[in-house]
Design a binder for this molecule. Structure first.
Ligand SMILES: Cc1cc2nc3c(=O)[nH]c(=O)nc-3n(C[C@H](O)[C@H](O)[C@H](O)COP(=O)(O)OP(=O)(O)OC[C@H]3O[C@@H](n4cnc5c(N)ncnc54)[C@H](O)[C@@H]3O)c2cc1C
Ligand code: FES
Length: 259
């Protein structure tokens, strides 16, 4: 079910240079939104940002009927979002897309996030709690580590500049996690090269993986095909999927990251 609603901004604060956390009040969306889904947000509607912009649900504050998004200012649309003050209402369509498959029967899961790809993993950390290990990678200056660390059973951070945690790529940390214990599923979101590496490592260890893909979007509801990406069907045949409705989350055997 998707809703279109004018939602009150409860908080919109810069948590790091050019990265903002926005809390949006919407009891209805909060009750149905799931990890890995996204919100399609009207960003002023002027000629520079005519189309809505997709931003992932980061996590829900169920007790406050609030959805939290974390976004980086990239262009006109996200600049508009960053200028909105608490008390203002924004036009939100959502929750949209196929989110992460969650199974409470899983014994142990690993979350692997890189850069802004860390944002949609926060809700998974909330859902799995002690059962999950979060591996979070950044170029420099981590964010959302406090929120995810408060929920996840284990948190490891990697920074490319060595300013915090392991110096290097977050994918350096994954093989050990998969070797040391039985992992039921790896959830991944981040830049394509990182996701390709995660996929390779998971295949080597025989562990299933779900990946959240990003494509430029138009309608967000499956009508315009702007977000088409190459995928495989369940028989392994190549084809195309719409990231907005068939994803953004895909199984390891569906994605074609080289395509
Ligand atoms: C399903 C989904 C979930 C997303 N979740 C988040 C999130 O949680 N936090 C966040 O910060 N961003 C997220 N994004 C990316 C976000 O939608 C874009 O940064 C935003 O639309 C840029 O809009 P803009 O008007 O500010 O910039 P624009 O002027 O539209 O673009 C600025 C630059 O960003 C590039 N760009 C814009 N959109 C995309 C895209 N989808 N993929 C690759 N490059 C793009 C453009 O090519 C351009 O170089 C998500 C995207 C998708 C598809
Ligand atoms: S954005 Fe229009 S079909 Fe996906």
């Amino acid at each position: 079910m998707k809703l279109v609603d004018k939602c009150l901004i409860v908080e919109n604060s810069e948590i790091q240079e050019n990265i903002f956390r926005m809390k949006i009040l919407s009891p209805q969306m909060c009750s149905i939104a799931r990890a890995g889904q996204f919100l399609h947000i009207k960003c002023g509607g002027n000629k520079h940002a005519l189309l809505r912009r997709p931003i992932s649900l980061s996590y829900r504050l169920a007790g406050e009927d609030t959805l939290v998004i974390v976004y980086r200012v990239e262009g006109q649309g996200t600049q508009f979002l960053s200028e909105q003050k608490p008390g203002v209402k924004i036009d939100v369509m959502g929750p949209l897309g196929r989110g992460f498959a969650v199974d409470q029967e899983y014994g142990r899961v690993v979350l692997v996030g890189g850069g802004m790809g860390v944002a949609p993993l926060a809700e998974l950390a909330r859902v799995y709690g002690n059962k999950c290990t979060a591996l979070l990678g950044y170029r420099s200056e981590p964010f959302l580590t406090r929120e995810i660390g408060a929920e996840a059973g284990k948190l490891l951070v990697a920074t490319e500049d060595g300013s915090e945690g392991h110096r290097g790529f977050v994918t350096d940390l994954l093989p050990r996690e998969l070797s040391e214990q039985t992992i039921d599923l790896v959830y991944c979101c981040g830049p394509r090269p990182m996701m390709k590496r995660v996929l390779d490592i998971c295949r080597t260890h025989g562990v299933r993986c779900q990946l959240s893909l990003e494509e430029r979007m138009g309608c967000g509801i499956g009508a315009c095909l702007v977000c088409s990406c190459a995928t495989r069907d369940k028989n392994g045949n190549p084809g195309y999927s719409r990231v907005c409705v068939d994803g953004p989350v895909f199984w390891d055997d569906e994605v074609m990251l080289d395509g």
